[in-house]
Each structure stands twice: as C-alpha cells, then as structure tokens.
Design a protein. Structure first.
Lengths: 349, 384
C-alpha cells in the first residue's frame, strides 16, 4: 500500500479508493476502443482489404461509431425470457472481467489492491465469466443460447484445469502467490523471465522446456477462456447463430462484447505477469522507471492480445469433442508433468 | 416440441430429453433459405428433416407460357452462382431439336466460359465450406479472385451473375479482344491463390480434424441416391458426364476426372468432397489453357445461326451437362409451337440434398453444418 503513488498523493481516503476504480476503468474503456479498432484493422490486414476507412482518418473513429450505434439500438428482451437473470447476465460477465483489475500491478507503484494471493484472486474472478454465460444462455429461453451456454460452461471449466496447473507451477517456481513478488523475482532482463526458467543459475536451462510448454498451455487455455477462435465454440456463429448472446441487443450485447475484450486483456496480463516478467523491462534496469514499467506491461499484454486477434483470423474452429480432447488428454497431462518437474526443480535448487 | 424417450447409448440405458430445433430459413450457414428440422440428443444429431420451398418460383410451369429464348434468363436464376453452366444443357438440347450445328469457335467460347464459371463456383464452395468451420480469411481470398472471373463475364455479357449469354444457335455477343489475356491472367491468379488456400485452410490440422471421417457417403449409397458431381466423385466413383458422355467439345480436350481417395480419413468424407473441388479448379485451368492455345484470333458472327423464331418440331429431348455441382438436365417436350409443352429440370442440388438426412445421423451439430457445406447446395436450384 505504501508504495502506491495514489496513496502517496492522496493518502488513505475516499479519493484513493475512487481512483483505484476509476484508473483501471478508464484504461479498460480506452483499451477496448483501441482493441476493437485493432481487431478491425488487423482483420483487414490479414485479409488483404482496407477495413473501415470512412469514419475519421483511416477509420480510427469506427469503434466510437459502433458504440454509438449499439447505444441507440432497441433493447429487446424476449417475452419468455427470465427477465432478472437475462438483464443481469452481461453485467455479471463484465464484473468478472473487471474485478481482476483490482489486483493487476501496472507498475511497481500502482496496484489497487496489493494482495498476497493475487495470482489466486485473478484466476478465481476470471472464472466468473462462466456464470455470466450460463445465466445469459439459460435466461434467453432460446435453444441456440442454451446450447451455447452448455458448451461455454463445459469448455471454460475444462480449460481452467491446465491453466490452474500452469499457475501452480509458477507459484512453485516463485514460492509466492503475490504478483509483485513474482514480478520482482523476474528482474534483471528477459533471460530471467519465467518463460525462460526464471531467475537462477545456469542450470535453469533444464527447466526451460517445461516453462515454455506451460507458457503455451497457459496461452492456449487463455484463448479458450476468452472464447476466441479456434475455441469460440460457445458462440460458433456458423452452428448456433451467436450462442449464449443470440437474444441480446443494444447495450447488453455491448456489455458482452466489452467483457470479451476485457477478458482478453486480463488473460494476457496474467500470462505477462506469470511468464513475461510483468512490468519488468526486458533489458534489466535500462528504461525501468515506474512510468516505463506501465508501458512495458501494457505493451507486452497488448502484444498477446494482438496474437489472439491474429490467430482468430487465421484458424478454423474446433469441434466440441475435439476441444475436450485437447484439454483433458493433451494439455492437462503435459501441464501436470511440467508442474511436477518444476516442483522438483524448485525443491532442489 | 420435446419428447421423452428411452434411447440406447454406449453407457447403458439413460433417459434423455431430445430437443428439436429449427435451423433456418434464417440461419447463417444453411446456404440460403433452407430449413432443417433437427432433432438433437445433447449435441448429437439424431434426425434431420430438410424443408424446402422458400424460394419456389414456379420455374417449370412458367416456362410453358414463355417462348424458348425467354426461358434462358430463368435458367440463369436456378443455380445463380454457375449460370453459364446452367444455360449450356438447355441450349444444347434446343440446338439438337432444331438441328443446328454449332461452329467450333462458339463451342470453344462456351466451354471456356463454363470452365471459368466452374472455377468461380468451386471457389464459393470451398470458401463457404471454410466459413462453416470458422475460417473467415480464405473466404475473402477466394472471393477476391472470383471478382476477376466476374469482371470477365461482365465484359462478355454485361451481367455479373445472370448472363443470358448462350443463345439457341450461338451467343449473345462475341468475346472482347482481350479475352485470351484475361483468361490467362485469371488462371495465373487462381493457381496462386489455390496454392495459398491449400496451405492456409486445407492443410491446417484443425481443418483436417474437422472434415476427415465426417459425413461419410459410401459409393453405393451415393449411386442409390443419384447424387452427382463432386459429391459423387468424392465417394470414389469415376463418373463425369464431360468424360463418359462427352458433349460440346469436351472429347477433344485432355483433362483428368478427379475422384476422392480418402487421403486423410475415410473415402467419401467431407474432406474428400472438398479436395475434389480444389483439384477440379486446376483441371478447369488446364482445359482453359488448351482452348486458349487454339483459340482463333479473328472474330466471327456469333449470331449467324441464331434462328429468328425458335419453333422446334414436335418431339422431346433430355439434355444434360456436367454442372459444377453435378448433372444438370432439362427434359423439354415440344408440341411444335413457340412455347415448350413441358419443361422439367433435373436439379443437381435437389438430388444432392436428399442424401443429407442419410449421412448426417450420429454426428454432432457442428458436423451437420460441415456436411451441408460439403454438399454445396444452392437453394435457387432446389426450389426452382
């Protein structure tokens, strides 16, 4: 708490707590607008076309136009829907995505809540999205939504296990669940990041294959958590129309959309913290001031978001049973093996 | 809506509630206004009932009130993404009835345009098949190239989708002077993009997993249902009307009939049907190249043999050709007047769709979409 620059500036009080909410929320809103534009522009870049070009210079105002469009749309609630649940679902989904920001350290000096179980907390609130999906899918009283919700739940619950094992390995490697502690241990340049075995003697080359594998497992699991192609099975627009948000329109649909983008960032941020050194500069102490740390952190996370978008426009979609196969028969055993290997390493070193 | 039944599954007797859902007519991937009534056991399809007729335009009955040349624009609107191919069997049948012999140059133009249209059709088929399994990018690559073919068709006939270009006894217009270069340009681009799509989509592990061993159509079932075209050839049956009963100038051309081999999965699965289409594009390129190499430069009067008044003698004829989707045939009965007495079309997609309930049972709902996509149907032709 004492390290937080907000605390230093305003002291302990209502202003501090408001700022702890407002700063991440503002960041998230700006990020979401940029990410939507990025999605459109990266898609058009991959697909050899121009993308939006008419709203503002080279179409940079397109996300704002889309938000305005969604606000103006009629908010339709189906007659046979379970109205309280139906209305609540998008907000539950967004809450899950936003709650994670409470513990995400943007720099050495800014983390809204410095929890000693930060890693566990982010992972736990990340699972909130499942509730939003099943609420929305069930309450819509639509068969496509129901199918989407069922797929969503089974997918997210399955993929949490390999991710949990990856996170557990990081906890074993760092000996802590405190995010700032995990990041601090990765100081001193990119060769000390957890993706390359963490901070340690030369013998750490022995664990590099395992940490690399866990990084990939965590990233692939993250794709499944955020329902992006190749794992966008709960939405699978060619099969079940739009999955759990088939019946949503207007701002409620926008909330689902917003939550998806927020989730993309949360997952990327968690991977950045666990494997890519969080806010640490890749060159040791060079450019490692608190402000630059925020740039590094957001830069690394946004790069992972970019990779997610890139994959989305490249790959086809998996089928439900193949998705389960990948999770239970490929990723979970490998993650478990890596977990054991890393535990042994951290015990012996 | 839902009914409770005892069904046999692997893990003993379990009471499950089946769900009936309506797919379409407004569904993103039923390829038009097809309605599928699907019964699901969880994710698994237990029954599919296709309902058709949302695009019914009384083609066959309307023809009886039209003169023969007036029928051609309506034929365009049947399979609207391969209109050139649609016109060919009708025009050939009428020429046979009237006893007109077509000069070779017109035949060359007809076959070249038909093969270009075959490429365009297969591009859409492969593109939407990729779209069905979530790959959006190959779709746009293939549509970008299809634009070139449509531009040529526009230069030739004035229409981009519905051409009315093949006339009874000739063509509407001669081809533009740049026809040869345009064709060669198109072939070059198609080959480059096909190579790219093969790497990006067909060779993708996820795509292989999604299509191999899905929707297996054994050869005997395929023949029993009367399916034709790439769907039949995907099951390993070596049957192509261009080869077995050559019409127009196909007997003078050298090309292979592509059949499925079951490379990745089982013979006759979705992968085979799709790969047959990919490879047929290359065969079409070869055919066009052969035609271009002997195509005469000097223009001729393509309307010289077009009769002023089409009044065939009394008689009847069944004329068929290999459409990109399969065998398209027209049964024309003439009573000696200017209107057909009866027109009947053997619509390819209609026959090919009939096999869907047979081959999609027991697969997942996502596979059902893939199977439907691999059959490559066009609702304009099914409903007519």
């Amino acid at each position: 708490m004492e390290q937080n620059f907000v605390y230093k500036l305003f002291g302990d009080g209502i202003i501090m707590y408001s700022l702890f909410v407002i700063i991440p929320l503002t960041f998230l809103l700006i990020y979401a607008l940029i990410a939507i534009l990025g999605e459109l522009k990266i898609a058009s870049w991959v697909q050899d076309r121009l993308g939006p070009m008419r709203t503002g210079w080279k179409g940079v105002l397109q996300p704002l136009a889309e938000v305005l469009k969604l606000m103006q749309k009629e908010d339709i609630v189906p007659d046979a829907a379970n109205k309280p649940l139906f209305n609540l679902a998008p907000y539950v989904m967004f809450t899950g995505a936003f709650a994670a920001f409470a513990a995400i350290p943007f720099t050495m000096n800014f983390v809204p809540a410095h929890l000693n179980i930060g890693l566990f907390y982010i992972f736990a609130v990340g699972a909130f999205a499942v509730i939003g999906i099943v609420m929305g899918g069930w309450a819509s009283n639509n068969k496509y939504s129901l199918l989407g919700a069922m797929r969503g739940v089974s997918q997210m619950v399955s993929y949490e296990i390999p991710i949990a094992l990856a996170i557990l390995s990081i906890a074993a490697l760092a000996g802590s669940l405190d995010l700032q502690e995990i990041i601090n241990q990765q100081s001193g340049g990119f060769w000390n990041w957890n993706i390359l075995g963490g901070n340690g003697s030369l013998w750490k080359v022995l664990v590099i294959p395992f940490t690399l594998a866990l990084f990939i497992i965590h990233f692939v699991g993250g794709l499944a958590e955020t329902n992006r192609i190749p794992f966008d099975i709960p939405e699978g627009e060619s099969e079940i129309v739009a999955g759990y948000h088939t019946e949503y329109s207007g701002m409620k649909f926008a909330m689902f959309f917003f939550a998806e983008y927020a989730n993309m960032f949360t997952v990327s941020a968690l991977i950045t913290i666990c494997f890519l050194g969080g806010w640490q500069s890749p060159f040791g102490d060079f450019l490692n001031q608190p402000l630059m740390q925020a740039v590094w952190f957001i830069g690394k996370s946004c790069f992972l978001v970019f990779v997610q978008i890139w994959l989305r426009w490249t790959l086809p979609r998996l089928r439900v049973d193949q998705l389960m196969y990948v999770s239970w028969k490929v990723m979970t055993p490998i993650a478990f093996f890596c977990f054991i290997a890393i535990s042994v390493w951290s015990m012996l070193r | 809506m839902t009914e409770k039944r005892i069904i046999d599954v692997d893990y003993g007797k379990v009471e499950t509630e089946r769900m009936r859902i309506n797919m379409g007519p407004q569904h993103p991937s039923t390829h038009g206004v097809l309605r599928l009534e699907v019964e699901l056991d969880g994710e698994i399809v237990t029954e599919v009932v296709p309902h058709i007729g949302y695009l019914h335009r009384c083609f066959e009955k309307s023809c009886e009130k039209m003169s023969y040349p007036q029928v051609i624009p309506y034929i365009d609107r049947m399979d609207y993404i391969s209109s050139m191919n649609n016109e060919l069997p009708f025009v050939m049948g009428m020429e046979k009835l009237l006893g007109i012999n077509i000069p070779e140059r017109i035949d060359m133009i007809r076959v070249a345009l038909c093969e270009l249209n075959r490429i365009a059709n297969h591009q859409i088929a492969v593109a939407t098949f990729g779209l069905d399994c979530g790959a959006f990018t190959p779709f746009l690559y293939l549509f970008r190239d299809r634009e070139m073919i449509l531009n040529l068709f526009e230069a030739v006939s004035g229409g981009r989708l519905l051409y009315n270009y093949f006339w009874i006894g000739g063509l509407m217009n001669d081809v533009p002077p740049s026809f040869k270069e345009n064709c060669l340009d198109i072939i070059k681009t198609v080959r480059v993009t096909n190579e790219e799509v093969m790497r990006l989509l067909i060779g993708n592990k996820i795509f292989e997993e999604r299509t191999a061993n899905v929707g297996i159509l054994p050869a005997d079932v395929a023949v029993n249902f009367g399916v034709s075209g790439p769907v039949l050839r995907g099951s390993g049956v070596d049957y192509d009307i261009r080869r077995s009963e050559p019409y127009s100038m196909y007997d003078k051309l050298d090309f292979d009939v592509i059949i499925g081999k079951g490379e990745i999965g089982t013979l006759g699965d979705c992968f085979d049907r799709n790969i047959v289409r990919m490879r047929e594009m290359e065969e079409s390129c070869k055919i066009i190249e052969q035609i271009i190499s002997v195509f005469p430069d000097e223009s001729s009067d393509v309307r010289a043999l077009v009769p002023r008044r089409v009044k065939p003698p009394k008689g009847e004829i069944y004329s068929k050709a290999e459409n990109p989707k399969g065998e398209l045939g027209f049964y024309i009965v003439s009573d000696g007047s200017v209107n057909p007495y009866r027109m009947r079309s053997r619509a390819t997609s209609f026959v090919n769709l009939s096999v869907l309930p047979e081959i999609s049972k027991g697969y997942m709902i996502a596979d059902l979409i893939m199977i439907l996509g691999s059959l490559d149907i066009v609702l304009g032709e099914i409903d007519r």
